[in-house]
Design a protein around this ligand. Structure first.
Ligand SMILES: [Zn+2]
Length: 256
């Protein structure tokens, strides 16, 4: 059974031509999960799956570059003919339904489209095969990283976060670590990673592959990836839209 990560968008903080903001499709067995719904990602998602095939959506935090395409998806599902048989489970920070009610100017505007579940720190979400553990991270607002396990293989995602012990825990021994590298350097309380932070996290957590994403305007993705690789010293790639990255369990060490 395959376990793959397909970036739908890696740009930050605004979408660019051909590069939406944060969003990823994670497929494992029968599960198809849209992880973060940044602007532009709903269009890219449709290259791969019909919304009715999604088994869940998971949103790391409520900054616009990570979730506002839920509104695009609502239009497609409610009015655009992309019908779903049942509401899609959406795991979000608790404030999301209230915020969306404000946007639409009505209570519960997304009934029949989405079924919201508040994310709890440390709780496991059974995605029907894969299990996703949400971990509160350091972003100045309610924000989570994710650790997704499937048949022994592990994908870790930082979400947006400054360096914190929770990141090391969620990335521990991961086969692939998808890490933001938004800032060139820190000014004040860190709420993002520098490329060096991302590299150090990968090294400390002993991950196999580091994928760099969500690089902010002060850096280029190639520069950020090279800087992270120098600190990590291991397999480091720039996350690219439309590439499917396989999350493969590390080969067992040969026993003597
Ligand atoms: Zn953010």
């Amino acid at each position: 059974m395959t376990f793959t990560l397909t970036p739908l968008g890696t740009a930050a903080p605004h979408p660019q031509p051909g590069r939406p903001c944060s969003g990823y499709l994670v497929e494992a067995g029968a599960a198809k999960v849209w992880v973060d719904a940044g602007p532009g990602t709903f269009a890219e998602l449709q290259r791969h799956v019909h919304p009715g095939e999604l088994t869940a959506i998971w949103i790391s935090h409520l900054h616009s570059d990570h979730w506002t395409d839920l509104i695009a998806a609502e239009a497609g599902i409610a009015d655009g003919g992309l019908k779903v048989e049942r509401p899609i489970p959406v795991h979000v920070p608790a404030a999301a339904p209230h915020r969306l009610a404000g946007f639409y100017g009505m209570p519960d505007p997304l009934d029949g489209v989405f079924a919201f579940h508040s994310i709890e720190d440390g709780a496991d979400i059974d995605l029907g095969g894969p299990v996703l553990t949400s971990s509160a991270v350091a972003h100045g607002i309610e924000a989570y990283g994710a650790r997704i396990t499937y048949e022994g293989a592990v994908l870790a995602y930082t979400g947006d976060s400054g360096p914190c012990p929770q990141l090391t825990e969620l990335a521990w021994d991961a086969d692939v670590l998808l890490a933001e590298a938004y800032v060139d350097r820190h000014e004040g309380e860190p709420v993002h990673l520098t490329p060096e932070d991302a590299g150090a996290l990968a090294r400390e957590a002993a991950v196999r592959t580091l994928l760099i994403t969500h690089v902010g305007p002060g850096l280029t993705p190639d520069e950020a990836t090279a800087r992270a690789a120098r600190v990590f010293g291991g397999h480091t790639l720039r996350a690219r839209e439309t590439v499917a990255y396989e999350i493969a369990k590390r080969q067992a060490e040969p026993t003597s």
